[in-house]
Ligand binder design. Structure first.
Ligand code: MRU
Length: 336
């Protein structure tokens, strides 16, 4: 079904091959990451993006580090460096912490081989999680549904079929017919550039709307599906900026609002969304559109990349283990 690969590890040459998402939809270009610095830059500049995918890529980044040196102190230093590439998606620290556990395990015979095996497990678990989220989530979709999505929580954001969009692929494979409304997702247009690219390539009827059209179309919707970068114990969800606004509009029009996320996106160490670190990105992402400056000189700009949606606005959270319904706390704790 999916005719592209977001990530591949080339063990012969100890390099990671990624699809450069900054070039989509114009060009489908694969680039090789050969050093830990390449991996850091690819994550930081959003060549690879989406919470689960950056976790998988970072795990292979630790394999690259081990392939270049046998010094565990250097590998641990690289691990901390990679963790700092983006702060909000908890999958990044989660995947790297798993790799650190392997580095610290004194029983290692061959560190490189053991790290490679762990990175492969993380990738496989991600693929399986996407598949199961798809199966649970597809139960919510009925023939004729109109579904709004935001940002890109698709195959491009994972190593598998995606989370929110994985549900759509699964529903389609079951023969269900529906229409998708994709918000463009300013400032850097993951919805317009990436979601429409992957959905139309997979023959899912998709209509692109500007973010400020969401309230206009919401009364027609049957469902809103979004991904997550970090979920707190009480069910508060950090996701791409604009998600909170959609949730508020959906509640007003009584449209079910679901978050799709693997267990690797839950942060069991924080009680609520107020503790989630929000990434602020360069003002240039807003100042320039298509390399053209679109604002008056000296304009001050705010650019938070994520917002937090309060758990009270969620109809449910679709995980690989099933759909969690409010109140969330006990159900989230039991996923641990
Ligand atoms: O800044 P991005 O493009 O990495 O943001 C991605 C999102 O907000 C996704 O919705 C989230 O990571 C879930 S991806 C399955």
């Amino acid at each position: 079904m999916l005719n592209f690969k977001t990530i591949e590890y080339d063990s012969q040459n100890n390099q990671i091959i990624i699809l450069d998402q900054t070039k989509l939809p114009e060009k489908e270009i694969y680039v090789n990451l050969k050093t830990v610095k390449d991996v850091y830059n690819a994550i930081m500049t959003l060549k690879v993006r989406g919470a689960p995918l950056i976790g998988v890529v970072a795990a292979y980044g630790i394999v690259l580090s081990a392939g270049k040196n046998n010094n565990t102190r250097k590998i641990l230093k690289d691990a901390e460096y990679l963790k700092s590439a983006r702060p909000t998606a908890v999958n990044l620290a989660w995947a790297i912490n798993r790799m650190i556990e392997i580095v610290k395990n004194k029983k290692n015979q061959n560190l490189y081989r053991d790290l490679l095996a762990e990175a492969r497990r993380i990738e496989k678990e991600d693929k399986d999680a996407c598949k199961n989220i798809g199966l649970w989530g597809a139960k919510l979709i009925k023939n004729g549904f109109k579904i709004m999505v935001h940002c890109n929580a698709g195959a491009l954001a994972t190593s598998g079929i995606g989370t929110a969009l994985g549900i759509l692929y699964t529903a389609k494979s079951m023969g269900k017919k529906f229409k998708v409304y994709s918000c463009e997702t300013r400032p850097i247009l993951q919805g317009a550039r990436l979601t429409t690219w992957e959905l139309t390539r997979n023959s899912i009827e998709t209509l692109l709307i500007c973010d400020n059209m969401a309230a206009t179309y919401m009364p027609e919707m049957d469902l809103v599906l979004v991904g997550a970068d970090r979920i707190a114990l009480n069910g508060d969800v950090a996701n791409k900026i604009g998600t909170r606004g959609l949730a508020i509009i959906a509640r007003y029009y009584r449209v079910p609002f679901y978050v799709a996320a693997p267990i690797s996106s839950f942060d069991f160490g924080i009680e609520s969304g107020t503790e989630i670190p929000i990434e602020f990105r360069s003002a240039d992402e807003i100042r320039y559109f298509n390399k053209q400056c679109i604002v008056a000189e000296k304009t001050k700009i705010c650019n938070p990349a994520f917002d937090v949606t309060p758990n009270a606005l969620l109809s449910g959270i679709i995980t690989e283990k099933g759909i969690l319904r409010p109140p969330f706390k006990k159900k989230i704790v039991s996923l641990k």
